[in-house]
Write a protein that binds this ligand. Structure first.
Ligand SMILES: *Cc1c(COP(=O)(O)O)cnc(C)c1O
Length: 411
């Protein structure tokens, strides 16, 4: 399953190796909602998990499978399930694996909508504790008998905190907990969470993997490291049907994707597949741009603070250097008090005021007023988000043009 070839070669040739009809280089867009069989036994076997195949597209489609296979290879995992969005993947996985009263330790530095849906899960009976996971002790101190999972992100958005990913992996292994890592901000090109013993890896395919801001999607990959056979919440019926190592993915596909219905469309899967072919190239360029801009901002008198893991001033700079291939393409800045944040943003001509990230274009957004507005001031303080913070998702434009645009807006 795992290719020995390089990252980009593997993605580029992934579809072709399954020999699509007419020698197509891409898996075609299969729009059929349902699949018919000559022998009804084949259909029955697919329903009973005895045979691989397609029955109804809500839980599987050949175009989507081709993308799932690519993500599995990118993450060095054993299997991937794609979803309509990153949020659908996170929600469906928690819904599929957790039961009332189960406890999750989550990083307090989370994507705003993840934090929000976790609050909804608390409201219907899950027990979730948010901790400053940049220190392993804070995670360890919250583990109790009912703890089933630890959930973290690789680089937090917008303040770029990096939790003790490796030590948390050791802790989860020791305690037999599911370690779920949202790899969106680094993407599997910069970091493979299997390296820190993650059990499940989430990617918002909408961001760097798709990369062009033209399709929504999400994925959850099983790294193969977690022992599902001993996990108490697995549905008894599945234990009779499938091998222990695929129990987790079977449960997430059936109880999560099939039942909650957050299915990725074949059209979006195709767009994301094409985008993913250039992930490495785009990431290299965006990271180079980001590093140069962060250095420029750090020395600019009108910028009070720069949050970017590539800077020596970043509290987890050493950890980022040790774990990640590059320091990412997301940063946040705080302007000098004398500059009005909205006026600055409105002066930008090239950089787009927009909420996405991981696009090919550079995007800027004032976070406290927008994506983290609903959370309220107290939670924003807890997450390290100040009122004047501007998040920048650096794209692949020519660097000089970006520097020029920021220089003019600051001047
Ligand atoms: C965007 C994002 C998500 C959600 O992904 P969608 O595809 O927008 O639903 C989850 N986690 C992180 C870190 C993100 O940046």
């Amino acid at each position: 399953m795992i290719s020995k070839r390089g990252f980009t070669t593997t993605i580029l040739h992934s579809d072709r190796l399954t020999k699509p009809e007419h020698g197509a280089l891409h898996q075609p867009i299969h729009t059929s909602v349902t699949y018919g069989y000559e022998d009804v036994q084949d259909l029955v076997d697919i329903f009973q998990n005895k045979k691989k195949g397609y029955a109804y597209s809500r839980q599987g489609n050949p175009t989507v499978s081709a993308l799932e296979h690519k993500v599995t290879q990118m993450e060095n995992g054993i299997a991937t399930i794609a979803f309509s969005t990153g949020m659908a993947g996170i929600s469906a996985t928690i819904l599929a694996l957790m039961k009332q009263g189960d406890h999750i330790v989550a990083s307090s530095y989370l994507f705003g909508n993840t934090r929000s849906v976790f609050q909804s899960f608390i409201d219907i009976g899950l027990d979730i504790t948010f901790v400053d996971a940049t220190s392993i002790d804070n995670v360890r101190n919250e583990i109790k008998d009912s703890t089933k999972m630890v959930f973290v992100e690789t680089i937090a958005n917008p303040a770029t905190q990096i939790v003790e990913l490796d030590k948390i992996g050791d802790l989860c292994e020791e305690k037999g907990l599911i370690y779920m890592v949202d790899n969106t901000m680094t993407s599997p090109y910069l970091f493979k969470p299997i390296k820190v013993k993650a059990s499940l890896v989430v990617n918002s395919l909408t961001k760097y993997i798709g990369g062009h801001g033209n399709a929504l999607g999400g994925s959850v990959t099983d790294t193969g490291l977690f022992n599902w056979a001993n996990f108490p919440n697995i549905f008894e019926g599945f234990k009779k049907q499938v091998k222990p190592e695929v129990l987790g993915m079977t449960q997430i596909r059936k109880k999560g994707l099939r039942d909650a219905g957050g299915t990725l469309s074949p059209e979006a899967a195709h767009s994301i597949s094409i985008g993913s072919e250039t992930l490495a190239l785009r990431m290299e360029r965006a990271c180079t741009n980001a590093f140069a801009l962060a250095t420029f901002f750090e020395s600019h008198p009108m910028i009070k603070k720069v949050y970017y893991p590539g800077l020596k001033s970043h509290p987890q700079h050493e950890l980022a250097g040790r774990l990640f291939l590059k320091y990412g393409a997301l940063m946040s800045i705080e302007l000098d008090n004398s500059i009005d944040c909205f006026a600055f943003l409105n002066k930008l001509k090239l950089v787009i005021k927009s909420s996405n990230l991981g696009d090919t274009r550079t995007l800027a957004i004032p976070v406290a007023h927008t994506i983290f507005n609903e959370l309220g001031a107290a939670k924003r303080v807890e997450m390290g988000i100040s009122d004047s913070m501007i998040r920048l998702s650096i794209g692949i434009e020519d660097l000089d043009d970006l520097v020029e645009d920021f220089k003019e807006a600051l001047g």
